[in-house]
Ligand binder design. Sequence first.
Ligand code: CAA
Length: 246
Amino acid sequence: MKKLALITGSKGGIGSAISSKLVADGYRVIATYFTGNYQCALDWFNEKQFTEDQVRLFELDVTNTAECALSLSKLLEEEGTVDVLVNNAGITRDSVFKKMDAEAWKEVIETNLNSLFNVTQPLFAPMCEKGNCRVINISSVNGLKGQFGQTNYSAAKAGMIGFSKALAAEGARSGVTVNVIAPGYTATPMVEQMKPEVLDSIKNQIPMKRLATPVEIADAVGFLASESGAYITGETLSVNGGLYMH
Ligand code: CAA
């Protein structure tokens, strides 16, 4: 039987690379997509030439607590325990704080942080019962260092780290590890939508003078998910080209 991995935001820049990596490593991947985006998810599935045995598309609004509880308990009945959960779904609503409205604050906290409760809560108890499972949360360099124009995003991404350490303490006795990957600026549509002059100035600050590739982030996820990661828990692994060394 294949091990089961669930990835939120699976067709985004980093999510797509993680899906491909875990499929290549032999997992069956439950790839969640946002409510109403089925066609888009199907196009991605076809483009990647996945088979239905490798990837199951799964509609999920990660900000909806009740929907997550219901849909994920059905998923558990149909597929069994999730061995590897990757909380990857995330958005930005960048603005200097003086101009930030409450919507931009709330949307980012709901999608990037509250989703960790919504998605992890229904899956965690079965993981602990089974043992040797993984929760991997995709944070950001900007959750570690803070970023101009991202009070909402930096707060949510830093919150993910505290959540992960606390949950790691709870999962440890069952062999369930909980870790964080903190990517730096990665070549994805999210980063490419930044103003070119802002992105150029950020690239200049990166000691390696380039963006990460999504595959470099996915490989770190693959490592933490593998047996080689079994004794690593409560950690934050930076993949940021030296942009921030903590
Ligand atoms: N530090 C200090 N001052 C800064 C600054 C910085 N890093 N960046 C800009 N400023 C200054 C500007 O020089 C400008 O000063 P003046 O008014 O004196 O000219 C002032 O702040 C306003 O800056 P902007 O012109 O940039 O303001 P804006 O309202 O047009 O844009 C912004 C604001 C959209 C937040 C823009 O600054 C921006 O895009 N910043 C980058 C945010 C960022 O890094 N986002 C990452 C997205 S990708 C991601 O999040 C993935 C991940 O995990 C890494």
